[in-house]
Design a protein around this ligand. Structure first.
Ligand SMILES: [Zn+2]
Length: 200
């Protein structure tokens, strides 16, 4: 028997039967379909995606900030200890901070991103990196808690008093981390259209 005759997957279907399935739930699409971005889906799935998207509310954003802040605190602590130990390679550690914060915010937001998430993630990364590195450089852990907001401007103050290279380095690290956090929180909102009848 020639091998060609085993090719039974290649069947011929008449144009009357549409054999497309919803790309989300695999149900057959009989009368028409909805577009969710590039996917062809059934109407229940389109409605579900719409509902989830509408739920991208303040509450989701706040939860995302909460998980992001937690990650910022933890990764900032790690950054602080690493900075005291090594000093070099800190640019990679800054990426780690941005990454941890971005990931945590994604988990908190159930995968949503967008401009406000990006701004928040970048802000948290800046806070974590600058605060941790400033505290590490100061070598005095007894900074009162109320002074922390002031420390956030430490690089700019240092520039003013002539510690230019340290300030530039800190800002460079922060920027690298922020870029990662920013990229991770890039949002996509899905475009839903339909119903489209078949044959268009
Ligand atoms: Zn479906």
């Amino acid at each position: 028997m020639p091998l060609d005759s085993l090719n039974f997957h290649r069947a011929e279907y008449g144009s009357a039967t549409t054999l497309e399935n919803c790309e989300f739930c695999m149900r057959g699409l009989d009368s028409g379909y909805f577009n969710v971005d590039k996917y062809r889906v059934c109407s229940p799935c389109a409605v579900r995606v719409g509902d989830i998207q509408a739920a991208n509310t303040r509450a989701v954003f706040l939860r995302s900030i909460a998980t992001g802040s937690l990650a910022a605190a933890m990764s900032g602590l790690v950054y602080f200890s690493l900075f005291r130990l090594t000093g070099g390679w800190m640019v990679f550690a800054a990426i780690g901070v941005g990454y941890a914060i971005g990931k945590a915010m994604r988990i908190g937001s159930h995968g949503f991103g967008g401009r406000r998430y990006q701004v928040m993630a970048a802000l948290l990364t800046y806070i974590a990196v600058i605060l941790a590195s400033t505290l590490a450089v100061m070598r005095s852990p007894d900074v009162p808690f109320w002074a922390y907001p002031v420390l956030l401007f430490a690089p700019f103050i240092q520039m003013f008093v002539g510690h230019f290279s340290l300030a530039a380095l800190q800002l460079l690290f922060a920027c690298v981390g922020m870029r990662w956090a920013w990229g991770l929180m890039a949002g996509k909102s899905l475009k839903i259209t339909g119903p489209h009848p078949f044959g268009d």
